[in-house]
Design a protein around this ligand. Structure first.
Ligand code: F6R
Length: 248
């Protein structure tokens, strides 16, 4: 599996942003759209800031960009400060010229009776857009990608999942306590993610070093969903020095 180690996350984020910008501009020249799979969390913040800078200072337009986010919490109003919808509009969508209709986030508010159907429609929308060109991922301490926690099958598709105790505890401070933290989320599946033509998994900091090692060098197993990227022929792990610190 391919690995690129950078001095720090700023340098790494600029490199990822340049690849995305090159795809967007190539598609513009061809009169086509670029389809991006996007993540939330702290990891891609530098990447989104760099894309916004390129939009403002270098005229990078997102008019032909279509996005699909990995995941969303269940039953949060879209304006909820912890919703991934709010995150994406705050850090990227509102700061560039992407048409709102081109942005897609799994519907955490789908009523129970429509939940499966809404997940199926999400998969269909990705397919109708022509599939994802570049999928951006972070990685959780458990090895999760999106909300695909350990135990997620390689064949999993977009679905509602129950949050594991560790990520739920990690999120509790943002929600003002565990009792206010959602119990479920909707997430692209492992198979959805592996369907992207290019996958870029970003990881920064020493606390990610053990899980980066498991994902890059460990066996391919549902116990570490990120390890499935080893089976993708165009996946790249991008780390800073600290996150690469336990690789042999
Ligand atoms: C977010 C997501 C999660 C995060 C992961 C790492 O959309 O899918 O899998 O990428 O939990 O989170 P951070 O970046 O906050 O360390």
């Amino acid at each position: 599996v391919a690995l690129a180690v950078f001095k720090d996350n700023a340098e790494a984020s600029r490199c990822v942003a340049r690849e995305i910008a090159a795809l967007i501009r190539e598609r513009q020249r061809q009169g086509r759209r670029a389809v991006l799979g996007l993540a939330t969390g702290s990891t891609p913040l530098g990447l989104y800031a760099e894309l916004v800078r390129m939009h403002r200072e270098e005229g990078l337009s997102f008019a032909n960009v279509v996005t699909f986010n990995l995941d969303e919490y269940q039953n949060l109003p879209p304006g909820h400060p912890q919703s991934y919808h709010h995150f994406m509009w705050t850090h990227l969508f509102a700061k560039v010229d992407i048409p709102a209709a081109n942005t897609h986030i799994p519907d955490g508010n789908a009523p129970a009776a429509d939940a499966e159907e809404s997940c199926r429609r999400y998969e269909q929308a990705i397919a109708e857009a022509g599939g994802i060109d570049i999928q951006i991922l972070g990685i959780g301490r458990t090895g999760h990608i999106g909300f695909n926690e350990p135990g997620s099958a390689r064949r999993s598709r977009t679905r509602f999942v129950t949050l594991a105790p560790l990520p739920r505890r990690d999120a509790a401070s943002d929600f003002g306590g565990e009792e206010h933290t959602p119990r479920q989320a909707v997430s692209m599946g492992v198979r959805t993610i592996l369907g992207a033509r290019r996958v870029m998994l970003l990881a920064w900091g020493q606390h990610k070093a053990p899980v980066v090692r498991a994902a890059v060098e460990g066996e391919v197993t549902p116990h570490c969903p990120a390890s499935f990227l080893q089976e993708h022929d165009n996946a790249l792990f991008i780390t800073d020095l600290a996150a690469a610190g336990e690789l042999t």
